[in-house]
Design a protein around this ligand. Structure first.
Ligand code: MTE
Ligand code: MO
Length: 422
């Protein structure tokens, strides 16, 4: 089995289902699995590991703590979308003050002095239940060998609005354009280090990180705190317990004091305000890998696709949507393309609605995304459509269409960017 298979959520989900069905002596497991796959687990009673109790609700002033100036963000309530034009003239990384925010509820204010990360479960030596958890303080983590990495965090729903705008099939959820993504430099401790220190057993198969933010109510049902399992192979490969973002302590909205980073995977894997991690010798489920974050819809089975793991390739112009440019004046169009299968190899741009394409000039190496530019001189006034299409290291080219799914995840088709030439 190669590494891709080991860390592929799709592959692992089948393993997970087989392991669960084969588990001996647990009455009702088979039905439970079935009900989870079908109902998404809302009806099942899973253990919710209690948080460390150090989170208090954020201030009255809203679900997000940092300022959201309208020239930098589109405010979607508990979610804030980065405006791509705000990246024009910026460096490689998205500054913390303009990084998008995606909250299921609200940003909790956590006191790092009393905060503890709690690890427990059948996949660890001698800590089977939550009340026997191994704990790590903020200082404990800061004292462990650190790693720094550049990685994109991107919401699975980024680009969702284009299911409606481009394909005429609106999807449920926040109508992100392309600003539900950001690249930052993250510093922290490899999850592998902490798991090993907590007594990781060879029998461990799943890891379930959980946040300290308020419990989530979905469709009138309390589905508990944000938590989403990932296979041990991915957890050991490159997951990071992050406490710094772009050289600063993690800001409150991005998970202070500690969040998980799962490079290349959909944003929800990167659990913020981390409170506990269950490590199990059996497969784990939560609504976030059963009820949500699978493809549902006419082209998918009733129980949905396999859980989504990896992101898809996308490209964005550093322009307002829609944009305005001057006729008969040269303009340099800039943008960025990103793919979990790094690096982005090629970017082609069309300034005439897709009739003709030219190669963009790639600027520097791919450090999470690749910047590019292309010169353009619009000859006459009127409206046109810009398109940017990336090809990644695996040779995958962004398609013209993305198959519809109810929640509008992973819109990877080439986006049509309207421009008025004046
Ligand atoms: N505890 C917790 N972690 C969370 C979330 C959340 O609501 N609660 N949202 C997730 C989702 S859906 C995304 S896309 C990313 C967004 O990260 P950001 O807000 O730092 O940009 O965080 C993930 N981690
Ligand atoms: Mo997300």
């Amino acid at each position: 089995m190669d590494e891709d298979e080991l860390t592929s959520e799709h592959h692992y989900d089948r393993t997970r289902a087989r392991q669960l069905l084969a588990a001996p002596g647990v009455p009702g497991r088979r039905d439970l699995l079935r009900s989870l796959l079908v109902t998404g687990g809302a009806a099942a009673t899973w253990r919710f590991a209690a948080g460390s109790g150090t989170a208090r609700a954020a201030a009255e002033d809203g679900p997000i703590v940092k300022p959201l100036p309208p020239d930098l963000f589109v405010n979607h309530g508990s979610n804030a979308e980065m405006r791509w034009e705000a990246m024009r003239g910026q460096g490689l990384y998205v500054p913390n003050d303009r990084f998008f925010v995606r909250n299921h509820t609200r940003t909790p204010l956590v006191d790092a002095r009393t905060w503890r990360l709690r690890l427990f479960g059948s996949g660890l030596h001698g800590t089977p239940t939550a009340d026997q958890a191994r704990t790590f303080s903020y200082e404990d983590l800061l004292a462990l060998p650190a790693r720094t990495t550049s990685a994109v965090v991107e919401c699975a729903g980024n680009g969702r609005a284009f299911f409606d705008l481009q394909q005429g099939t609106p999807a449920e959820g926040t109508p992100w354009h392309l600003g539900g993504v950001g690249l930052a430099r993250w510093r922290g401790v490899p999850l592998a280090t902490v798991l090993e220190r907590a007594g990781l057993l060879p029998s461990a198969v799943d890891v379930l990180p959980q946040g300290l933010d308020p419990e989530v109510v979905s469709g009138g049902v309390n589905i508990g705190r944000v938590r989403r399992p990932l296979p041990i192979a991915k957890a050991l490969k490159d997951a990071l317990l992050v406490y710094e973002m772009n050289g600063e302590p993690l800001p409150p909205d991005h998970g202070f004091p500690v969040r998980l980073l799962v490079p290349g995977w959909i944003g929800v894997s990167c659990v913020k305000w981390l409170g506990s991690i269950e490590v199990a010798d059996h497969p784990l489920f939560s609504p976030w890998n059963t009820q949500f974050y699978r493809f549902f819809g006419p082209d998918y089975p009733a129980e949905g696709s396999a859980p989504l793991g990896e992101q898809v390739t996308k490209s964005a112009f550093e322009l307002p949507y829609p944009a305005t440019v001057r006729a008969r004046r040269p303009v340099v169009l800039r943008g960025r393309s990103w793919s979990p299968r790094r690096p982005v190899h090629r970017v082609e741009v069309s300034t005439d609605g897709g009739a003709s394409w030219r190669g963009a000039r790639l600027l520097g190496p791919d450090r999470g995304w690749r910047r590019w530019e292309i010169a353009w001189r619009p000859t006459h006034t009127g409206s046109t459509t810009l398109l940017a299409r990336a090809t990644d290291a695996a040779g995958r080219v962004q398609p013209d269409r993305t198959t519809f799914n109810t929640f509008g995840y992973l819109f990877g088709a080439v986006v049509r960017h309207p421009v008025q030439i004046v």
